[in-house]
Design a protein around this ligand. Structure first.
Ligand code: NAD
Length: 309
């Protein structure tokens, strides 16, 4: 049986598939050539993607032999899961495999606000021994507001609490908060507006769905403290970027860390590029050597399991 991989995978995943007897064709740029992908898919029994391949009904219909789709990561917004279900194609993904990496990125974002060592180093190298400018602030005692209380938030909460932060969380879709509170120490807040108003840092950990699209727009940004920061490692489209650029420019909030954007790679015309108080990274929060080995191996194993059934 043949498996097509259309985006970046670590070699451990490919080896796992080959050791399980599958023929593997790997082209990490195939996701960007839709016509070729639509033509090629008809010969494959399995498809492995990351976040850029659009696995919609058209693609699935073009692959009548498809038995499984593997997603190298978390967040299934590039896969039409309803069509996959209708067509009997299971979708497997790397649940939890990169959650720790994302949580460490969020800690790094907050620490780079409280102690901007890279900027101090830059100044020293330019002849400025300026201690006053680099008076930092402690994270201890500050409030972190988490929107969405799933796997990543759990890990962020534990780390932030170990730094002495107060951690509050909003997630109206959780039926029973008891285990989250006892496991992580998060204080549950039932109103998004209250969470936004009370937090020094807001970090987003929700999937992109029709109900989370533009969850953070002008009025939410204006509910935040003027001294606060927003961190988005979830998906572009959860924050309205035009409203965010305005809020950053007019001082409604102090800054933003954006690992994900509505259009990736970022368009040169994106207003956020003109905001010096926005730190923008190329969708790397979950991308560490450890997480990618875990992700590639886990998805290869899950794909192999489905195909052997
Ligand atoms: P998860 O499924 O464990 O948790 C998501 C939580 O969001 C759930 O508890 C759900 O109830 C909650 N939620 C859904 N809609 C909500 C709403 N409107 N308001 C408040 N809460 C809501 O997911 P996770 O593993 O924590 O990952 C979260 C997201 O992070 C993923 O969907 C993915 O898009 C993104 N992600 C990004 C990277 C990266 O490299 N930047 C890596 C991994 C995951």
């Amino acid at each position: 049986m043949k498996i097509l991989i259309t985006e970046l995978i670590w070699k451990e995943g490919i080896e796992e598939l080959i050791n399980n007897g599958f023929q593997v064709d790997y082209d990490e740029n195939l996701w960007s050539n839709r016509e070729e992908l639509l033509r090629k898919i008809s010969n494959y029994d399995g498809l492995i993607v990351r976040n850029q391949t659009i696995a919609d009904q058209e693609l699935m219909a073009a692959g009548p032999q498809l038995k499984v789709i593997g997603r190298l990561g978390v967040g299934l917004d590039n896969i039409d899961t309803a069509s996959a279900k209708k067509m009997g194609i299971p979708v497997v993904y790397a649940k939890n495999a990169n959650a720790t990496s994302v949580a460490e990125y969020v800690m790094m974002a907050m620490l780079s606000v409280s102690r901007p060592l890279h900027l101090a180093d830059y100044d020293v190298r330019n002849g400025n021994w300026d201690r006053k400018t680099y008076t930092g602030m402690e994270l201890a005692g500050k409030t972190l507001g988490l929107i969405g209380l799933g796997e990543i938030s759990h890990r962020v909460a534990k780390r932030a609490i170990s730094f002495g932060m107060k951690v509050a969380g909003y997630d109206p879709f959780i039926a029973d908060y008891d285990h989250i509170v006892s496991e992580t120490g998060v204080q549950i807040i039932e109103s998004l507006a209250d969470l936004l108003a009370e937090s020094d840092f807001i970090s987003l950990h929700v999937p992109l769905t029709p109900s989370t699209k533009y969850l953070i727009s002008e009025s939410e940004l204006h509910s935040m403290k003027v001294s606060s920061y927003i961190i988005n490692t979830s998906r572009g489209g959860i924050i309205n970027e035009r409203d965010l650029a305005a809020a950053l420019t007019n001082g409604a909030i102090a800054g933003a860390f954006l690992d994900v954007l509505e259009t990736e790679p970022i368009l040169p015309s994106n207003k956020l590029l003109t905001c010096s108080n926005a730190v923008i990274t190329p969708h790397i929060a979950g991308l560490t050597e450890e997480s990618q080995i875990r992700t590639s191996l886990l998805v290869a194993k899950e794909v192999a399991k489905v195909m052997k059934n």
